[in-house]
Design a protein around this ligand. Structure first.
Ligand SMILES: [Zn+2]
Ligand SMILES: [Zn+2]
Length: 203
């Protein structure tokens, strides 16, 4: 719970108890045209007040700004609603955990001869979307980079307890080089550092 509060603190949200969680309901409309509120028009509660009850039921509601947490650009300036690009067949992307299940030692799960990026994320993590957008771009261009995604779900799941004891926030990324060496562990959004770690891992 402490780290959950810390997450909100890091993204600049005061009074975390007034805030809900970000559900993936808004992202289901990702890639659709944005409305004047800069969210996908189809999911916008200001344009479609009838959706309000559904978001509240999901716990996805910012009381302070009266919009879904997953549409609150004041609390989450990192939100992005771009659709992820369609990946070519050659892209090396797999989910190691979809429901917060434990996975054990990560080292043998790294792909030999490739740079492997282990990506711990959750639907309620707005900056995790930016990692997706960046990594999908990398996977579209390169076959020597593997992305392994792990859905943490919450800080209380077996996966979080097993792998994220020292992680301050999400996204949490571990980059393993072609030779199996751990190049970098990082918590929080830092795309230049991720880019540098991938470059180092591939050299
Ligand atoms: Zn709108
Ligand atoms: Zn808000």
């Amino acid at each position: 719970m402490y780290r959950f509060i810390l997450l909100f603190a890091l993204v600049g949200c005061a009074a975390p108890q007034a805030h809900g969680t970000l559900s993936s309901r808004t992202l289901e409309a990702a890639g659709d045209p944005l409305c004047s509120h800069r969210v996908p028009e189809k999911a916008c509660v200001l344009h479609h007040p009838e959706l309000t009850a559904e978001f509240k039921r999901l716990g996805d509601w910012c009381e302070e700004h009266s919009v879904p947490e997953s549409q609150c650009l004041i609390c989450h300036p990192d939100l992005t609603f771009d659709a992820l690009p369609t990946l070519p067949e050659s892209a090396d992307l797999k989910w190691l955990a979809r429901e917060g299940e434990a996975v054990g030692d990560l080292v043998p799960l790294a792909v030999k001869g490739k740079v492997t990026v282990f990506d711990f994320y959750a639907d309620w993590c707005a900056p995790c979307r930016k990692v997706d957008l960046y990594m999908y771009g990398v996977l579209s261009r390169r076959t020597d980079v593997a992305l392994r995604k792990l859905n943490v779900i919450s800080w209380e799941t077996p996966l979080a307890r097993e792998q994220l004891k020292d992680a301050a926030t999400l996204p949490h990324l571990i980059v393993v080089g072609r030779d199996g060496r751990v190049i970098k562990r990082m918590s929080g959004l830092d795309l230049p550092a991720l880019e540098a770690a991938i470059a180092e891992g591939g050299s």
